[in-house]
Design a protein around this ligand. Structure first.
Ligand code: G6P
Length: 646
């Protein structure tokens, strides 16, 4: 889970590599580095522990010459702790070849031992260093060929950028299981882990597929399978604008993305609800098949998992169809019971989270239809699923997920309504009423956001608490989990989300004057139950922050602070309560001086695989590619000419 960028063109590569890398800092930020070829084709590498500003500082003290080919990397450590040496790019011992890598090379120990026996000296503790060393060991004047031979030896996941001093106008890239796109410019080409990195330069992209490598010069893009077969190049145009990847005056991407939510929902509604008629283009499953589903299974991680939990309440209520929700990391290891009558909804903002990909593959292998609910167009999950419902929320750069969550919720409402219509489980009047309220949701969002200052004041007044509980019931139990997750991930305050009815079974012991308890209690059939929970907290001197419906007089007597939200159907309330929860987390973190942009320890998306290899399930879905990767050991000499060093 790192970010990589590469450039080949005529401009000065350094500022491009650094500025583009900054847009990928959400993927990892414990160290960074650049490598490029100067005008004498010397390989120059600068790398530094810490954030990209440390690298910039290093370059100020150790200036680098003009170069027009280069690679850069921002790291999230897996093998080897964060240090200058373990940072990327890594080079071969002769310092001829440099590589940036995102992913994990699972057989690196074996490759390292093999190379050591041949006298190769390793300097880092990383798995990645075997890659340039292996390329160098087979290099016979053709970089693409040497990379290809190396790719056939690697097991695990990787996205790579490779440059060599013998090929100063050439950038080689490859991927298996980790994202990588190619940006096509005028007289220049880029590689990047994610589209926002290159949006300042081009909106034309090639989505490199698993098992493909690219050989780029400033004017050409050639794609090959790992066994050397040429692949037709397909260039897509990215629909979102350059401003989508900029902060546009907001202090942080998280705040910007919170404020983008009315627009995101509006766009989704405009796209999916035409004259009150639901269109779920991309679903990839016939209406007849949808009618015959016996069970829905949602697999997801983190925030997407919480959206899935809300989805369970909604679908079970509106469609009367059983829904199971599992964290992908559990699902994939528990030999689950699914069959062709199960519809699997794999939810992932990035579409690259390794556990969710593996869970989707596992379910697919067992005969289930898999629909991805995904934000990133062209992501691995989107490509592999039987159907894809894009949320089109635009790039989510804030590490704490916000707009992707509300978009995922909206998608669950739309899916539930579609299924309810097909299976005739909902009176048309109720269906119409829900659609009308969903259509009005962007206006409600704007109304809540106008209250931001009030929420900020509440956040600041409570930011000293060292422990938070978030309580909710029914459809807002997942909202409590998501509220707690938002707070802990950016402010590091221990925070627990709980189903309020479970309070008495333990958590109540935590309540005293040193705890803040966020009670989510909009108007609903469980309102009085939740109100009793608030009384129990008050009786123990807990500090209550209530999220309640406008005009709720009762709550004002019982809570220390109240955030009001507009009245909606109770099933839709997770959409409205999430905004104050996101803002509370943001402003508490800000008040405590936390680094909201780059929370410690984690980054997104989690493409790191822990535990057994992903390769089994991958092979099931991509027999062509993966047979090529793992079986082929004959390498045809490429006829491609690479300009000699100059
Ligand atoms: C990380 C992120 C979360 C996100 C989760 C799943 O933990 O920090 O914000 O919800 O990954 O990511 P995905 O891209 O699969 O939705």
């Amino acid at each position: 889970m790192c970010g990589i960028v590469g450039y080949v063109g005529s401009k000065d590569a350094l500022p491009i590599l650094i500025e583009s890398l900054k847009k990928l800092e959400y993927r990892g930020y414990d160290s960074s580095g650049v490598g490029f070829l100067d005008h004498k084709a010397n390989l120059v590498v600068r790398k530094s522990k810490g954030k990209i500003r440390n690298l910039e500082e290093l370059i100020r003290t150790q200036p680098v010459p003009f170069a027009h080919t280069g690679i850069s990397h921002t790291r999230w450590a897996t093998h080897g702790f964060p240090s200058d040496i373990n940072s990327h790019p890594h080079t071969d011992s002769k310092h001829h070849i440099a590589v940036v890598h995102n992913g994990i090379i699972e057989n690196y120990q074996e490759l390292r031992e093999e190379l050591k026996k041949k006298g190769v000296k390793f300097v880092s503790e990383t798995d990645s260093e075997v890659i340039p060393q292996l390329i160098a060991s087979v290099y016979k004047g053709d970089l693409a060929q040497a990379v290809r031979q190396t790719l056939l030896r690697l097991k695990g996941t990787f996205a790579l950028g490779v440059i060599s001093r013998d090929n100063p106008d050439c950038l080689v890239a490859a991927r298996v299981g980790s994202p990588l796109i190619i940006g096509v410019g005028d007289g220049e080409n880029f590689i990047a882990s994610d589209v926002p990195a290159i949006l300042d330069y081009t909106r034309r992209v090639i989505y490199l597929q698993d098992g493909q490598m690219a050989v780029l010069s400033k004017t050409s893009q050639e794609l090959f399978t790992f066994d050397g077969k040429k692949v037709k190049v397909k260039i897509d145009t990215v629909s979102f604008s350059v401003t989508a990847a900029r902060k546009e005056g907001y202090a942080h991407f998280m705040l910007k993305e919170i404020h983008e939510q009315p627009l995101v929902l509006e766009q989704m509604i405009n796209l999916r609800l035409k004259n009150g008629k639901l269109t779920l283009e991309g679903l990839g499953i016939s209406d007849d098949s949808l009618k015959n589903i016996r069970k829905i299974l949602v697999v997801a991680c983190g925030t997407a998992y919480h959206a899935g939990m809300v989805g369970k309440y909604i679908i079970e209520n509106l469609v009367r169809l059983p829904v199971e929700v599992d964290t992908s990391s559990e699902y994939r290891y528990r030999d689950p019971l699914v069959d062709r009558h199960t519809l699997v909804l794999a939810v992932s903002q990035s579409g690259e989270t390794a556990d969710t990909l593996a869970a989707a593959r596992e379910a697919h292998a067992k005969g289930a239809k898999v629909i991805a609910i995904c934000n990133v167009v062209g992501s691995s999950l989107a490509r592999e699923a039987d159907g894809i419902l894009y949320t089109y929320a635009g790039p989510e750069i804030g590490v704490a997920s916000t707009k992707a969550y509300s978009a995922q919720l909206m998608m669950f409402y739309l899916i539930a309504l579609k299924l309810a219509q097909l299976r005739k489980t909902l009176p048309p009047k109720r269906s119409k009423e829900l659609i009308s309220q969903l259509t009005n949701m962007p206006s409600l969002y704007k109304e809540i956001l106008r209250n931001t200052q009030h929420i900020q004041k509440i956040a600041e007044a409570n930011s000293h608490f060292g422990c938070f509980l978030f309580l909710g019931r029914h459809v807002n139990y997942p909202s409590a989990l998501e509220g707690a997750l938002k707070l802990k991930e950016i402010s590091y305050i221990p925070a627990e989300g709980y189903a309020a009815g479970e309070m008495k079974h333990g958590p109540i012991a935590l309540i005293d004057e040193y705890r803040a308890v966020v009670c989510i209690n909009p108007q609903s059939h469980v309102y009085e139950k939740m109100a009793s929970n608030i009384q129990e907290i008050r009786a123990r001197k807990g500090n209550v922050i209530a999220i309640a419906t406008q005009g709720d007089v009762q709550v004002k007597h019982n809570a220390d602070f109240v955030v009001e939200i507009p009245l909606t159907d109770e099933l839709l309330s997770p959409l409205t309560v999430i905004l104050p929860l996101q803002l509370l987390a943001y402003f508490i973190a800000l008040k405590r001086g936390c680094y909201v942009a780059h929370p410690r320890i984690f980054a997104k998306p989690l493409t790191v695989v822990s535990g057994p290899s992903m390769l089994g399930p991958v092979r099931y879905l991509h027999p062509g590619n993966f047979n090529a990767i793992y079986r082929l050991n004959t390498h045809r000499q490429s006829k491609r000419h690479h300009p000699a060093r100059h």
